[in-house]
Design a protein around this ligand. Structure first.
Ligand SMILES: [Zn+2]
Ligand SMILES: [Zn+2]
Ligand SMILES: [Zn+2]
Ligand SMILES: [Zn+2]
Length: 345
């Protein structure tokens, strides 16, 4: 028997970890926006560029975001602004995802940051027209946006998080513009090195017509595969009719450009049955409380970011966060489960 039996046969573990009744919000990319919408002062959800750090003082370092698999520094992928009404210490709250760009490396990480309404960085009442802006209250790496601790010895102007970033920045443009006042081309090279920057616009998924489209062999509901006696199904249909895949395709067909699915305490829309997370995510290292799903990054994002060029591939990234969203200082790691790209058949 293939491993789908095991995967689908434990509904108590996977499918009950999150509710079906959670409203899902979809994230779509919007490229041409007023730049100020991407500033931290406007609490953006966004993809690419450098992180708009919510807590602008204790920004993570290259050491913090060293890939645990290959030890290279990871690159900012996206952030989601996700405040919690029910938690006064999370009046502002943001989650940041970093990914390793070493070819075929599986490294990925998520960080959480949150602030009370009364805090030393932002006014208590949000002003959408505010033009106040600074990237952070510490030096940031000119290339990747992490906390910078090193400076170019020649010009003393360019800040870097690591030797790797400094060496790379030198190669792509700083060598030519070091000490020069004119650095437009240098900055353009940096922008090209980062993932392309876009705002993430969130819209509720419409579920009024949640029926499975015609032509799908199996409805997406639980248990269908088990209910059918095995000998009634030809060998082939067992190999191809992946219930997760069918549900995934049906949901994606309705909103093909979705790159993020957000739904606190919801469940993951797995692209396929192989390699799902079958146990509970690890508990929060800060408070010991359980983690629940908060959002997932869809593989469509890889297409929009031309991630092929970096050798990045995944089925989905599922971000699980502390259910209590416990009080923290600065940034803490949350849990990312990376379903690798499956091989069918
Ligand atoms: Zn890596
Ligand atoms: Zn850097
Ligand atoms: Zn320099
Ligand atoms: Zn916690």
């Amino acid at each position: 028997m293939d491993d789908r039996e095991g995967a689908r046969g434990e509904p108590g573990l996977v499918d009950n970890m999150g509710g079906d009744d959670v409203q899902t919000t979809l994230g779509f990319l919007e490229k041409s926006v007023d730049p100020h919408e991407l500033w931290r002062e406007h609490f953006p959800s966004k993809v690419g560029g450098i992180a708009a750090w919510l807590e602008p003082e204790n920004v993570p370092s290259a050491e913090d975001l060293r890939c645990r698999v290959c030890t290279f520094e990871m690159v900012f992928l996206l952030q989601v602004y996700s405040p919690l009404d029910s938690n006064h210490s999370a009046f502002h709250r943001a989650l940041f995802v970093f990914i390793c760009r070493t070819k075929d490396c599986s490294g990925v990480a998520a960080l959480r940051s949150q602030l009370a309404r009364k805090n030393k960085y932002y006014p208590e009442v949000y002003d959408p027209d505010s033009t106040e802006h600074s990237d952070a209250l510490c030096n940031l790496c000119q290339l990747c946006g992490l906390r910078a601790t090193k400076r170019c010895a020649k010009c003393s102007q360019a800040w870097y998080c690591s030797k790797n970033c400094q060496t790379f920045d030198w190669r792509i443009g700083h060598k030519r513009y070091c000490g020069s006042l004119e650095n437009g081309a240098e900055e353009e090279a940096r922008i090209r090195w980062r993932f392309e920057e876009s705002l993430l616009v969130m819209e509720d998924e419409v579920t009024a017509d949640d029926s499975v489209p015609e032509g799908s062999a199996l409805p997406a509901s639980k248990g269908t595969l088990q209910d059918a006696a095995e000998d009634e199904l030809p060998e082939d249909s067992f190999k191809t009719a992946d219930a997760d895949l069918l549900e995934f395709q049906a949901k994606v067909a309705k909103d093909p450009e979705q790159v993020v699915r957000f739904g606190r305490e919801g469940r993951v829309l797995w692209p396929f049955s192989q390699g799902k997370l079958l146990k509970s995510p690890p508990v929060c290292e800060s408070c010991g409380g359980i983690r629940t799903l908060e959002f997932q990054v869809m593989p469509q994002l890889l297409y929009f970011l031309k991630a092929d060029n970096y050798g990045i591939d995944f089925g989905t990234l599922a971000i699980y966060t502390c259910k209590n969203s416990c009080d923290i200082e600065g940034y803490v790691f949350e849990y990312v489960f990376r379903q690798s790209h499956g091989h069918h058949g």
